[in-house]
Design a protein around this ligand. Structure first.
Ligand code: SAM
Ligand code: SF4
Length: 455
């Protein structure tokens, strides 16, 4: 290692990269600060306050999987049959009707099906769901329709059904191709079946394919990871997301199956992430935010280049909609006024829709200070920058707080921030600190409480 690389590593270490536990900041405040009892009241008011003619995004959560992978921290449950999925779908259709009733005329600019495993639905159930969605919400001409796809649970007819309804972005779960790693995470998935799904979608004209990978999994080594990276690059995705494995067994009980002795330490995690970055950049991908890569012509890379990159519950996006409505158990909605999360357990979700019409159970109403901090956190996560002048222009009532933050950042992170005109920017080698810098601005500040490691 060169001495300049060693210096950088020491700097990252001094700021806690290998020790701290901080949120991923897919929202500010993070979802663990949403308050019980504030859900349904706000949900009703904020849905009613959506503007006539506004473009909105929809997220629909399908919390079912045929096989539960041990690493997975997503809200989902195992099922062998489609019976609970059918029951869930009936409730989902009711929720669509109730939510639609409260909204004015809106245009649908994004639809994302996530999970769990949305592709667990039969063709018939998928058509039922999509007919209901598109009957309730009129699509924009350039509406983006994306689905999370588990290649081990995605039949050709089901994929064809999605294409028939306008699927134009697919997110393929890979995680790791090493058989040893797959055995350690309870997920078997061959390169061949993954390639089949990607080729099928491409042949059907789906223009954008994303692949999800994880670093920090049990038994992952730099050598095994290199082989995975090689396989993934041969699949030639348009985008890649490479997340650090969040080991949070106190939140995701199935992770007790993971052998903690086999987990790489934080220094190895960092080395794995670096290997992926070098491999993707060498293959012509542009780094986007802290954990995404995209072809330079991809809309995400262009959004970053033009300062339009945003961050929401699905990670990085070029979605500019101010209203994102989450449907289904545990789904989170984002409104101008704040956030609402639906009841998490499917039983509680069924009950709320059956009795009250809406499923919100916790929420958070943004204060003026929260809005400023949310913007500062998003700027850091999307462009690694703190921009006091631009902030003052957009938040003229908060100039004292902006100046206080500026001084705090100089004191805490002056050694890693570059000053460019009036802005403070994390240069590439220090960008892994983005979450830690964001955390310094977080007025809720819950280091360690419920989060995974910072790298
Ligand atoms: C909600 S999952 C759905 C994926 C789909 N069911 C599949 O298996 O391909 C979406 C992504 O979340 C990421 N993910 C799940 N558990 C995670 C964890 N513990 N830490 C970090 N990322 C995780 C994985 O990369 C996964 O592809
Ligand atoms: S990774 Fe996908 S298939 Fe595996 S448990 Fe999570 S949501 Fe289900």
């Amino acid at each position: 290692m060169h001495s300049s690389e060693m210096d950088t590593l020491h700097q990252l270490e001094r700021h806690g990269l290998f020790d701290l536990r901080v949120p991923r900041y897919t929202s500010y405040p993070p979802a663990n600060h949403f308050r019980a009892g504030e859900g349904q009241r706000h949900q009703h008011d904020w849905l009613s306050a959506v503007r006539d003619g506004e473009a909105i995004s929809l997220y629909i959560h399908i919390p079912f999987c045929k096989r539960l992978c041990w690493f997975c921290a997503c809200r989902t449950q195992g099922t062998r049959t489609l019976r609970p999925v059918e029951t869930y779908l009936r409730t989902l259709l009711k929720e669509i009707t109730e939510v639609r009733k409260l909204l004015p005329n809106v245009r649908l600019s994004r639809l994302h099906l996530g999970g769990g495993t949305p592709t667990i639905l039969s063709c018939k159930l998928m058509r039922l769901l999509l007919d209901a969605v598109f009957a309730a919400f009129e699509r924009d001409d350039d509406c983006e329709f994306s689905v999370e796809i588990d290649p081990t649970e995605a039949s050709d007819p089901l994929l064809k059904t999605l294409v028939d309804y306008g699927l134009n972005r697919a997110s393929i779960g890979v995680q790791d191709f090493s058989p040893l790693v797959q055995a350690a995470i309870g997920r078997q998935q061959s390169v061949a079946e993954t390639r089949h799904v990607i080729d099928f979608l491409r042949d059907q004209g789906v223009p954008s394919i994303n692949v999800d990978l994880l670093y920090g999994l049990p038994c992952q080594t730099p050598e095994s990871f290199d082989a995975t990276l090689e396989h993934v690059l041969a699949l030639s995705p348009d985008r890649l997301a490479i997340y650090g494995y969040a080991h949070v067994p106190w939140m995701s009980k199935r992770q007790v199956m993971i052998d903690e002795e086999a987990l790489p330490d934080t220094h190895v995690r960092f080395a794995l992430a670096e290997r992926a970055r070098l491999a993707f950049e060498a293959a012509g991908y542009t780094a986007v935010g802290i954990d995404h890569f995209a072809r330079p012509t991809d809309s995400l890379a262009r959004a970053q280049g033009e300062g339009r990159l945003r961050r929401n519950f699905q990670g990085y996006t070029d979605d500019t909609d101010e209203t994102l409505i989450g449907l289904g158990a545990s789904a989170i909605s984002q409104f101008r006024g704040g956030y609402v999360q639906n009841a998490v357990a499917t039983s509680a979700y069924h009950e709320r829709i059956a009795t009250g019409g809406l499923a919100g159970h916790r929420g958070y109403e943004m204060t003026a200070l929260d809005r400023l901090v949310a913007r500062m956190v998003e700027d850091l996560m999307c462009s690694f920058a703190f921009r006091p002048k631009a902030l003052a222009a957009d938040f003229p009532q908060q100039t004292a707080e902006i100046e206080r933050t500026r001084l705090q950042l100089i004191e805490q992170f002056g050694d890693v921030l570059n000053k460019i005109d009036a802005d403070y920017v994390l240069p590439a080698p220090a960008q892994p600190l983005a979450r830690i810098v964001a955390h310094a601005l977080d007025t809720f500040s819950t280091q360690g409480a419920a989060h995974a490691v910072a790298i």
